[in-house]
Design a protein around this ligand. Structure first.
Ligand code: KG4
Ligand code: ZN
Length: 318
């Protein structure tokens, strides 16, 4: 089976063809119109998706040498409603035209399953840490459609914290990649920062963010050192909970996914753990449609239909 995946939940217009043998094509168009505004502008995102969706889908089909896929999978949430509706309307119309099924896919399920696109793939059960612009969640993945949330952030997502720290330092948007680059040039011990771990479980990055703001205001440290200190604190917090869950569950296969999983510091620290670890290549950590096509494919193969075909801006995975 060959599934066309479509992703338009935020500021990437993406299409990919995924088959039982792997990814046949993977096209991502990153919208640059938002950079000037310091964040994603929903109306501009929707308009840019509308402009790009046809060429992006055409490019994915052509690269895979596919005229008519066997099914279409599209992100139905979480995300910006106007942006989701562009991908969903297009996907439905195309599926009707081709006479093939269309499946609504949860973007977070896409991220948490994305390590399965790589070889070696993690075996079930594995722990999947989804660290993106909107989410910081540790899932236990027992199989397709069988997920348990072990920890979540109580306030900011890790990617959001990266973007806010980048804004404090005037590094542009999205700030994660630039903080990552500067962190590699700095000394993580030069700026001591807290590593808050709420007793209630999960994570909290607001205290860390406030501490970084005070350091930046004081102006005594190099931006490279601030980034290195901040990044070390985020990674310590993330991995402390992961290690706890490895010990508690006895599951020694840990994957990371989502935009922040592209972070070089996090990838290096994860790889150093004495267990089996999995990190998709950076381009498959940030938003893409291969993970949406994969999720559609494995759900269809497992006979799991989605309950509805509606845009769901705050759709969570349980
Ligand atoms: O998964 P993603 O592409 O979109 C969402 O679903 O949110 O994640 C985007 C987030 C942004 O906050 C961005 O700053 C962050 O991932 N990010 C990074 C890196 N690359 C992207 N954060 C840290 N280091 C990176 N290299
Ligand atoms: Zn995402």
């Amino acid at each position: 089976m060959r599934v066309l995946g479509i992703e338009s939940s935020c500021d990437e217009t993406a299409a990919a063809v995924v088959s039982d043998d792997g990814v046949l094509s993977d096209v991502v168009w990153s919208q640059e119109v938002h950079a000037a505004y310091g964040g994603v502008v929903p109306e501009l995102a929707a308009r840019a998706h509308l402009e790009r969706i046809v060429p992006v889908v055409r490019a994915a089909l052509a690269a895979a040498d596919v005229d008519r896929p066997d099914a279409v999978a599209v992100t139905a949430g979480p995300g910006l409603v106007g942006a989701l509706l562009v991908g969903m309307s297009f996907a439905r119309a195309a599926a009707v035209g081709w006479g093939v099924p269309v499946v609504a896919v949860n973007h977070l399920e896409g991220h948490l399953l994305s390590p399965l696109l790589e070889r070696p793939a993690p075996p079930f059960p594995y722990l999947s840490l989804v660290v993106s612009g909107g989410h910081t969640t540790l899932y236990r993945v027992d199989g397709v459609g069988r997920y348990a949330t072990l920890h979540e952030t109580l306030d900011d997502a890790a990617g959001e914290a990266y973007d806010k720290v980048a804004r404090m330092l005037d590094l542009g948007y999205p700030g994660g990649p630039e903080v990552d680059r500067l962190a590699a040039l700095g000394d993580p011990l030069a700026v001591p920062l807290p590593r808050p771990l709420p007793a209630a479980g999960g994570w909290s990055f607001s205290g860390l963010k406030t501490a970084v703001r005070a350091v930046v205001r004081a102006g005594a440290n190099r931006p490279e050192d601030v980034c290195a200190g901040f990044q070390a604190a985020v990674i310590d917090c993330l991995l402390a909970r992961v290690n706890q869950e490895v010990d508690r569950t006895g599951i020694e296969h840990v994957a990371i996914a989502g935009g922040v999983a592209a972070n070089r510091g996090l990838r290096a620290r994860l790889a150093a753990l004495p267990i089996a670890t999995y990190a998709p290549p950076p381009g498959r950590c940030t938003d893409n449609a291969a993970m949406i096509g994969l999720t559609g494919l494995v759900r269809l193969n497992a006979g799991l239909e989605s309950a509805s075909f509606e845009a769901r801006p705050s759709w969570e995975v349980h």
